[in-house]
Write a protein that binds this ligand. Structure first.
Ligand code: SF4
Ligand code: SF4
Ligand code: SF4
Length: 296
């Protein structure tokens, strides 16, 4: 056994903070996390150094926006943890805890994005990560309906929405917005949210809209613009052995309300679930309207 020159908190962290036993005797995987998938290039270099020094000169990039470094020998773990502290690399979680919050790149670089989801994920990391729960708890944020971060497959998911509005004074009657809208709504099996009237002016029907913004992108004279943005909220999604698609419980939630919703959902999960149960399994025994009120 190694000499104990580390605090109890550090040793406890070994078991709970992303050090996973490998199938090969005496070897462990270091699981790290990258909130929102946003990683500075300098930190990336640190990963390389750690993988060379303690692993076998390669990493595994996980589906949860983490980097895992396998082949850490048990005798090197405490030394590795010391190096990690100085590196800026964040340790992940395993066991009954909330996991890394994932996000798509969002509006910082993506032309479809309504929200800078990558930066939002950085802000929410403290609220969402590492909380004790009955099994595991995953949060994802996507910047538009394309759902690249798959929020509907997470225990709690946020999907950015944008409501369009048209300035008829600018419209030249080209009909492009109605055409693109017919396509979008047809794929979503709805009547179009934009139809042209007899004067070749677009009429917007909000009840059919998917809030994804193609009309804004397609208009040649910028007659369509964003009226408001917000997030649809999904709960109870998961993959694994018995996948479930999340249930939508709200539309156009403001960014400032997200921390509260994350906290409330984790609290709700802890309240209703047995040890070892995923959120959706416990949700199935509940009255959804009451759960919605509790979370929102
Ligand atoms: S979900 Fe939308 S905003 Fe995010 S990366 Fe995909 S297309 Fe871009
Ligand atoms: S956002 Fe999409 S669905 Fe809504 S009106 Fe525009 S094109 Fe149609
Ligand atoms: S795309 Fe723009 S210009 Fe063309 S009909 Fe629609 S609002 Fe008018």
């Amino acid at each position: 056994m190694q000499k104990k020159n580390y605090s109890d908190a550090e040793l406890q962290g070994l078991r709970t903070g992303g050090i996973i036993k490998q199938k090969q005797k005496d070897y462990f995987i270091l699981r790290t996390r990258i909130p929102g998938g946003y990683l500075k290039a300098d930190i990336l270099k640190k990963y390389s150094a750690i993988a060379k020094k303690y692993g076998r000169d390669y990493v595994h990039v996980s589906t949860r926006q983490g980097i895992e470094i396998p082949w850490i020998h048990i005798k090197n773990i405490l030394k590795l943890l010391k190096d990690l502290k100085k590196s800026g690399i964040l340790r992940g979680a395993c066991g009954p805890r909330s996991r890394n919050l994932i996000a798509c790149p969002g509006s910082s670089v993506c032309r479809f994005g309504f929200v800078d989801t990558e930066q939002l994920a950085q802000k929410l990391d403290r609220v969402a990560f590492g909380k004790n729960v009955p099994k595991k708890f995953k949060v994802a944020i996507s910047g538009c309906l394309n759902s690249c971060a798959k929020p509907q497959e997470n225990d709690l998911g946020f999907l950015a929405q944008g409501e369009p509005e048209v300035d008829l004074g600018k419209c030249i009657g080209c009909t492009l917005c109605a055409k693109v809208c017919e396509k979008v709504c047809g794929r979503g099996k709805r009547e179009p949210a934009i139809v042209m009237d007899k004067n070749k002016r677009p009429v917007y029907r909000k009840e059919n809209c998917f809030f994804e913004g193609d009309c804004i992108r397609v208009c040649p004279v910028n007659a369509w613009k964003l009226k408001k943005t917000g997030f649809a909220v999904y709960i109870g999604g998961k993959v694994g052995r018995f996948p479930k698609f999340g249930i939508k419980i709200a539309d156009f939630i403001g960014e400032k309300d997200i921390p509260k919703i994350i906290k409330n959902t984790i609290h709700c999960y802890n309240r209703i679930a047995e040890k070892g149960e995923r959120f959706v399994e416990a949700l199935e025994r509940q009255n959804l309207e009451e759960i919605k009120r509790e979370i929102l």
